[in-house]
Design a binder for this molecule. Structure first.
Ligand code: NAG
Ligand code: NAG
Ligand code: NAG
Length: 287
């Protein structure tokens, strides 16, 4: 090694436990970093310097696209030997894309000199947005109750602004709320469906912090009368000369409740050998 100080070994340990070590026993610096960075999230590097380091070391780190070399986040700090300390890069929203390849660059100057690069991956999802509704299917004129909140990977609730849109099946914006926020992070909203809404899949669309999005589909179906069943109970036969034929018409909804309606009852005499039917009596009845 050409450098005057002891051998430098960088250890960039990634989430997936990739480690990079060059050199032998006496590491002078030891840096760990996650292999993934997310919008709006802090990206933390841990820096430890061995006792072999004399004087302070200035560590500069940054994330940049491998092609454009434009730094999307950078930070620097001064370190000296002793316990591990952190250096945090704050990743802005809306500056990175999953279609671009990124590198983490870490340079040390002063008591230890090094320059390291490592590929890291951008993950679009900075936090998870939850959209809860009181039902999955709504009828015309009903109120859609919503609860919306975002949770960061560290399980802290997002308390920033949210934009909420309600879209009908054709994609028309039926409601648009901007800059919704609350101290608890939970946003509650209501949306009253008209009495004749467009039938189909409606969408609740939420945007937070520029690039975090979530959608929830709700179904809007018109009111349909419950199905009912009609049973006619009659004796199996009637005797010649019988004055009365007693029977019953039983109408029930499929869920068991009796239904109201008007029955048109016709009694026929069927000539078996001619296949003809003779109307004997007709009667209307109402219950
Ligand atoms: C590692 O450190 C020990 C003592 O701290 C020293 O004796 C040894 O020469 C060092 N090895 C290298 C490769 O620098
Ligand atoms: C580290 O040094 C290299 C080479 O000089 C440079 O291209 C890179 O931008 C530096 N990285 C940081 C984070 O300053
Ligand atoms: C968040 O919403 C408030 C209004 O509730 C507004 O004053 C503020 O500028 C918004 N912040 C951002 C970052 O848009």
């Amino acid at each position: 090694m050409e450098q005057s100080a002891a051998m430098f070994v960088i250890f960039l340990v990634f989430c997936s436990a990739i480690s990079l070590a060059s050199g032998e026993v006496n590491n002078t610096y030891f840096i760990t970093a996650p292999g993934v960075f997310r919008p709006g999230q802090p990206f933390k590097l841990r820096v430890a310097l061995s006792d072999a380091v004399t004087g302070s070391v200035n560590v500069a780190c940054g994330i940049m696209g491998t092609k454009q070399k434009i730094m999307i986040a950078s930070q620097s700090g001064t370190f000296s030997k002793g316990p591990t300390k952190e250096i945090t890069l704050q990743i802005p929203h809306g500056v990175a894309s999953t279609s671009v390849q990124y590198q983490l660059s870490v340079n040390g100057t002063g008591g230890a000199k090094f320059s390291e690069m490592k590929y890291i991956r951008f993950e679009e999802k900075g936090f998870t947005i939850y959209i809860q509704t009181d039902k999955a299917i709504y009828k015309p004129g009903q109120n859609v109750l919503m609860r919306i909140f975002g949770v960061n990977p560290d399980l802290k609730v997002y308390t920033g602004n949210l934009t909420v849109d309600i879209l009908d099946p054709s994609g028309n914006k039926m409601a648009h709320w901007v800059n919704l926020n609350s101290q608890s992070g939970v946003i509650k909203r209501e949306f009253l469906l008209s009495t004749q809404p467009v039938e189909g899949n409606w969408k609740i669309s939420v945007t937070a912090a520029e690039d975090q999005k979530a959608e929830q589909v709700i179904e809007v179906k018109p009111y349909v009368l419950p199905k009912f069943e009609v049973k006619v109970n009659l004796p199996a036969y009637a005797l010649e000369g019988q004055k009365q034929l007693l029977g019953a018409v039983d109408v029930k909804y499929t869920y068991g409740k009796g239904a109201n309606g008007r029955a048109n009852i016709q009694l026929y005499f069927k000539h078996l050998w001619l296949g003809q039917e003779t109307l004997i009596r007709q009667r209307h009845s109402c219950c």
